[in-house]
Unconditional design. Structure first.
Length: 89
């Protein structure tokens, strides 16, 4: 389960099949580990349906709970509210 958690922390939101391919675990083991981690509140899971080449792919979309990745370098700071202009008649 730690391998799944570490992988999600490094890569962000992923499908269960992508986690299985990257960690070398079987899809059944990943799904079992994901449900255990979800029960502990460590990750968030939702069902996802995607289509690839016209085929429906059912999977579990997983991400770490409460984890907000750091801002990418080079982002501009939030802009200040525009100044109000007075209307003279």
């Amino acid at each position: 389960m730690q391998a799944i958690l570490d992988y999600l922390k490094n890569t962000g939101e992923q499908l269960d099949s992508e986690i299985a391919a990257a960690t070398g675990l079987t899809l059944a083991n990943v799904r079992h580990g994901v449900t255990d981690l979800q029960a502990k509140g460590a990750i968030m899971v939702c069902k996802s349906i995607r289509y690839k080449d016209g085929k429906e792919i059912n999977g579990l979309l997983c991400r770490v709970s409460g984890y907000i990745p750091p801002a990418a370098p080079g982002r501009k700071p939030k802009s200040a509210a525009p100044a109000k202009t007075a209307i003279h008649e």
